[in-house]
Design a protein. Structure first.
Length: 572
């Protein structure tokens, strides 16, 4: 399906250009998703022959595993695009496959080869169209043309449907200055028609949960539900609603099991960003609905964030506004390992965003984070400077004052409070963040739980968010390993800590912990190698100084870490 050729197929008033991957009618592009186009192309190439569903799936999706639902959606898209409402062009052969029944001609150059082209008509066609717009005149002359001289009555109907489709497209709305998304009604397959409440409930819950993320512009449920039961091209829906992203899916439910599929599409690029399915037992229907909703929402946020970052990075610096400045700064902060130069660059971007919009709470909490990171970074001029930590706390509080519902600001303040020696207050701020948005995740909470004597909770939390976030940073692996260490589960801990250490060159905390856990397991050679790296990074390292830096509030945890470090010979 991917070979580059320039074969042009003509059918029912449309042309299909393989090389340019366009479906055109009368010099108009007919919008069609990439996979739907490929399905149509395969059917046209095999016109007059029954092709099975499996054959199409293998040809179009190659090594990707998809369900029949993906093919069904593509067929529906194609029928809508070519006006095949009565299924005379693409026929469904029950339980077998599809048949492309329209006559097809190959190798026709140009956009549309019919007996009467627009170019052959006078500027004002017979029958008169004075005072009409160009588009109205265009339609008029096609309406009154003797279609028997072209490719038949059906050709005219289909071509007219395509023309009217384009003439009545609403003007595109301006996209918001933040990620915008609409959750389309999930399609229900099988089961009792009265059970629509379940699939509708999934869509409504997703809309509600996404709305809790202040960085998203989420279309209301009522607007999105106008498309329920319709087969409309994704780009058209996005244009009509004024959004970049669409979330769509389906629900299949029987007596014992249910399958929920979800797909995130960047409609502006006609590109699928993510797709997943969830199989669950029906027991506890609403608990299942809540679980799946949270899984989708958290994963969705990760993919949208990555997509938006890619978009921002593609822009020249002079075109950046506050949102893009904040986004680029976030990328520098989330990149591990960091260095003082990266932190300084991120700080400059946050400050630039605030110069553009002084009340931008997200940039304010990001700026707070840079002061904390400088306080923590041994190579920074602000390392262990109390003024930097105090500045971080003040800025985090300012972010909350600007937007009290911003979960990230509460989490950042909570983390800074814990470093100030107030673990219980820090945990309370994180819990407030989760109250504001139950779908919010932050790996620092797992580390704080470990430092506060709650290692089992830390392990459970880190495992959950690592499963939900496909783009989690390598320090998450280290934090999970730390939880296992404080639980005394050294075998589980060492693999994670070793992996994190390898992915975080120059990262002192992971090497300190690797030295401790290897010593606890009697792996002296590995322990000594890690301890040597620690001394190279910090020649004046002491166990007492490190424990003070970590601020472990549980004495048993502090003793366990000190024990491992003494075994390897690091100085008290």
């Amino acid at each position: 399906m991917d070979e580059i050729t320039h074969t042009v197929f003509q059918f029912e008033g449309f042309t299909l250009d393989r090389m340019r991957r366009l479906l055109r009618a009368d010099d108009q592009d007919v919008e069609l998703r990439a996979k739907s186009f490929d399905v149509l192309l395969y059917l046209v190439e095999n016109a007059g022959r029954l092709v099975t569903k499996n054959e199409i799936i293998q040809a179009v999706w190659l090594d990707v595993v998809v369900t029949d639902e993906s093919l069904t959606r593509c067929i529906s898209d194609v029928r809508h695009a070519v006006g095949d409402t009565n299924q005379k062009i693409i026929k469904t052969v029950r339980r077998r496959g599809y048949l492309f029944a329209s006559p097809v001609a190959q190798g026709i150059p140009g956009a549309l080869a019919v007996a009467y082209s627009v170019a052959e008509e006078p500027a004002v066609p017979a029958g008169g169209s004075e005072g009409k717009s160009t588009a109205e005149a265009f339609v008029s002359k096609w309406v009154f043309r003797p279609w028997h001289a072209a490719a038949g009555a059906l050709t005219g109907i289909v071509a007219m449907a395509a023309i009217l489709f384009f003439l009545h497209l609403p003007a595109a709305l301006t996209l918001p200055d933040r990620p915008s998304i609409a959750v389309l009604p999930f399609v229900k397959y099988g089961g009792d028609a009265t059970q629509d409440y379940f699939s509708d409930g999934i869509s409504e819950d997703l809309t509600t949960n996404l709305s809790k993320f202040g960085e998203l512009f989420v279309i209301s449920r009522d607007s999105a539900f106008k498309y329920k039961g319709q087969s409309v091209d994704a780009r058209r829906i996005a244009r009509e609603l004024g959004v970049r992203y669409l979330l769509q899916g389906s629900v299949r439910k029987d007596a014992d099991r249910m399958r929920i599929t979800a797909e995130l599409v960047d409609a502006s690029a006609d590109k699928q960003l993510w797709a997943e399915h969830y199989d669950r037992a029906v027991t506890g229907v609403f608990a299942v609905q809540d679980d799946v909703t949270q899984n989708i929402v958290v994963t969705l946020i990760s993919h949208i964030t990555k997509s938006e970052l890619d978009r921002a990075l593609a822009k020249p610096p002079e075109s950046l506004a506050a949102y893009e400045d904040n986004l680029r700064a976030n990328a520098l902060i989330k990149n591990m390992p960091r260095d003082p130069a990266a932190i300084e660059a991120a700080r400059a971007l946050y400050e630039q965003a605030l110069a553009t919009d002084p009340r931008y709470a997200r940039a304010m909490q990001g700026l707070a984070n840079t002061y904390y990171l400088s306080w923590e970074d041994r190579g920074s001029r602000e390392f262990q400077q109390q003024s930097a930590l105090d500045r971080a706390q003040s800025l985090a509080q300012q972010a909350i004052d600007l937007d009290g519902a911003l979960s990230e600001a509460h989490a950042t303040l909570g983390w800074i409070l814990s470093r100030q020696g107030h673990n219980s207050q820090g945990i309370a701020e994180f819990e407030r963040a989760f109250e504001l948005n139950p779908n919010f995740v932050d790996g620092r909470f797992g580390l704080l739980l470990s430092h506060a004597g709650r290692a089992p909770d830390a392990v459970e939390y880190m495992k959950r968010i690592m499963r939900l976030d496909p783009f989690y940073p390598p320090n998450y692996t280290y934090w999970l390993g730390k939880g296992y260490y404080f639980m005394g589960k050294y075998e589980q801990a060492i693999e994670l800590i070793r992996s994190a250490s390898a992915r975080l060159p120059g990262h002192e905390p992971s090497r300190v912990l690797l030295a401790a856990v290897a010593a606890q397991l009697g792996r002296q050679e590995e322990a000594r190698a890690a301890a040597l790296e620690v001394i190279q990074i910090q020649p004046d390292f002491t166990i007492a100084g490190w424990l003070k830096f970590l601020n472990l509030s549980d004495p048993a945890y502090a003793d366990r870490l000190a024990e491992g470090l003494r075994k390897v010979g690091l100085p008290d």
